[in-house]
Design a protein around this ligand. Structure first.
Ligand SMILES: [Zn+2]
Length: 444
């Protein structure tokens, strides 16, 4: 085991909590379509880094859409660099629905309240607190650690990680792996089981636009070529399609480890293997894998017609598709087949699926950092059903993991609160998180 030096100090624990609250108070709502402003939060982060002797740069593709990047030199110059990234923007919050002002950052009874508490200003604060503690203690991580705080993750990443990957790749030189949101938090698996899912893959986004062309005309006449009917049939085929189970390596590892956690004997390669049967035996943890066993395509928008006695000449629809790594060709072929010859379809928005190795030293270091601070933790890899900035950084060859460590009590539903009403995080969860993060970053 690597010698870690002194443990993180009390001040870092206090800063992780206070910085979360202060970052929440800076409203960085991202409404999409270019409507957002991260500059004040970026300046806040840059100042906290500069106070610790780092030399952050602020980068903008458009005024106000600010990103921050800094490199902390490691002790082993031959080691690959590690990227730690967190987004600064948040999704909108409707204040009327909340019990507190969503941008108050109020700390009450040991809980920090506000939009971004979980997604993901808490992690941003922990990163700042850890880096500052190294400066105070005079310690450095083994690998170079490149810290990036990004704009625009909650929309297209065009002003954030997409812009950094495209235009400022040199800042990430030597980075082979990255860590960020959506993993490393406590998932309560029933019977006191504390599972910590660590992200090791993401499905790719496939937002589709479908168009059917038919013969327009009077609603009272015979219309064998009605675009509404043609498209509705295609949409029904897509919505009812049972996609085959395709256990990609990350999901296989998740199923294997979860089966072990729940004491279920399973052979994924057996001919009689039945994924649904296994899910039924995994209790609440089935949620961690059920959306990533297969590709998916959900019809979400249908647009057709304008008057009851007019058959429209065309009809359009949108479908939210998600593709597993390695199964994109199958997705395309299946959509060709399901839409049929009379419906055209195209990608409106397409992003790459990701898969990260779960047998890497980095994964092992994340696992042992969590286990050090929660000896009963069951760390398992999982594949995210959606996507993060890791997709953008993958263009630089950076393998992404979802690791924002956080200890949450049983009544805390991470999934419900991120992007939800009354988003909040326990201060103790952040204190746990910054300890784990510091331990991992220095040892990795
Ligand atoms: Zn997020």
């Amino acid at each position: 085991m690597t010698e870690l030096g002194p443990a993180i100090d009390e001040r870092a624990l206090e800063e992780a909590v206070r910085f979360t609250s202060e970052l929440i108070r800076i409203d960085t709502t991202n409404r999409g379509g270019g409507d957002g402003r991260e500059r004040e939060a970026a300046e806040y982060a840059a100042e906290r880094l500069a106070e610790a002797g780092a030399e952050p740069v602020i980068l903008e593709k458009a005024p106000g859409r600010s990103n921050v990047v800094a490199r902390i030199a490691g002790t082993d110059p031959s080691a690959d660099a590690l990227l730690v990234h967190g987004h600064l923007d948040v999704v909108p919050a409707e204040a009327d629905d909340w019990s507190v002002d969503p941008f108050s950052g109020a700390i009450r009874d040991g809980i920090v309240w506000g939009r971004g508490a979980l997604d993901m200003k808490g992690m941003d604060a922990m990163v700042l607190a850890a880096v500052r503690s190294w400066a105070r203690a005079g310690v450095r991580p083994r690998r170079d650690v490149v810290v990036a705080f990004t704009a625009d993750e909650e929309a297209s990443a065009e002003y954030g990680a997409g812009f950094l990957a495209e235009r400022h790749g040199a800042l990430f030189e030597g980075c082979t792996e990255g860590i960020s949101e959506s993993g490393g938090f406590t998932f309560h698996g029933g019977d006191g089981l504390r599972i910590y899912p660590v992200g090791a893959g993401e499905r790719g986004t496939a937002w589709l636009r479908l168009t059917a062309r038919g013969t327009a005309g009077h609603g009272s006449k015979a219309h064998p070529h009605n675009a509404v009917v043609i498209l509705a049939e295609a949409i029904a085929r897509i919505g009812r399609h049972r996609w085959p189970v395709r256990p990609v390596p990350t999901v296989r590892a998740a199923l294997t480890e979860l089966a072990a956690v729940y004491g279920v004997d399973v052979d994924l390669d057996a001919e009689e293997f039945d994924a649904d049967d296994l899910l039924a035996k995994l209790g609440p943890a089935a949620q961690l894998v059920e959306s990533t066993l297969r590709n998916s395509a959900n019809p979400t928008v249908f647009e057709a017609g304008y008057k009851v006695n007019v058959v429209p000449g065309h009809a359009a629809a949108q479908v939210d598709g998600r593709m597993l790594p390695g199964w994109e060709d199958e997705f395309v072929a299946t959509m060709d087949e399901l839409t049929g010859p009379e419906v055209d379809w195209e990608f409106q928005h397409r992003t790459v699926p990701l898969g990260a190795p779960v047998d890497s030293p980095t994964f092992a270091a994340m696992r042992s950092a969590i286990e050090r601070f929660d000896p009963e933790a069951r760390v398992v890899p999982y594949c995210m059903s959606g996507g993060t900035d890791a997709k953008q950084f993958s263009r630089l060859g950076i393998v992404g993991y979802g690791f924002s460590p956080l200890r949450l009590p049983a009544e805390f539903g991470y999934g419900k609160l991120a992007h939800g009403v009354d988003e909040r995080v326990p201060a103790d969860g952040l204190r746990f998180g910054v300890r784990v993060l510091d331990d991992f970053l220095r040892a990795a």
